[in-house]
Design a protein around this ligand. Structure first.
Ligand code: FES
Length: 157
């Protein structure tokens, strides 16, 4: 066989370019799948690491307002996830309680003159730690963690 005949026999047939194209396509699918899988693993890892300094103390907490919204000895009621909360500001700290009375579930309010949390339904009274002062409530109010970050008030529901 002459060299020219040999080179002709090695010439790609009409089906080889399609085979190469199909192979390239499958390579792209595999590479794309690997890239997608890698990105899918990398994104949660980066999302976990990235905001560590910003999340820190307020992870799992919900912003309920700004510090300047509540004056000293004032309060604010907020609803988080369908539950009512009462945030009270004292001269030194913020306190947050469930606003649901432990007697029969009425919504309590803060009386800044008496410095007590009052349930209007049966005159239940609670102090600034949520303890029952008088009335029929059988248990203290449930208290919640409060954190202040950059002038914003966060409560852990
Ligand atoms: S519901 Fe609050 S005292 Fe009865």
């Amino acid at each position: 066989m002459s060299k020219s005949e040999e080179s002709k026999s090695k010439m790609p047939s009409s089906s080889e370019p399609r085979s190469t194209s199909r192979r390239d396509f499958i390579d792209w699918i595999i590479k794309g799948g690997l890239l997608t899988t890698f990105a899918g693993m990398l994104f949660p890892a980066l999302a976990y690491l990235w905001p560590v300094t910003r999340r820190g103390p307020i992870h799992d907490m919900v912003e309920v307002g700004r510090e300047d919204e509540i004056q000293v000895w004032g309060s604010k009621k907020v609803v988080l996830g369908g539950s009512a909360f009462l945030v009270v500001r004292t001269p030194t700290e913020y306190k947050a309680f469930s606003a649901v009375c432990t007697h029969l579930g009425c919504i309590v309010y803060w009386d800044s003159d008496k410095k007590l949390i009052i349930c209007p339904c049966h005159a239940g009274l609670f102090d600034l730690d949520g303890r029952v002062v008088s009335g029929p409530p059988p248990r203290p109010l449930v208290s919640h963690l409060v954190s202040i970050v950059d002038g914003k008030i966060f409560v852990k529901p």
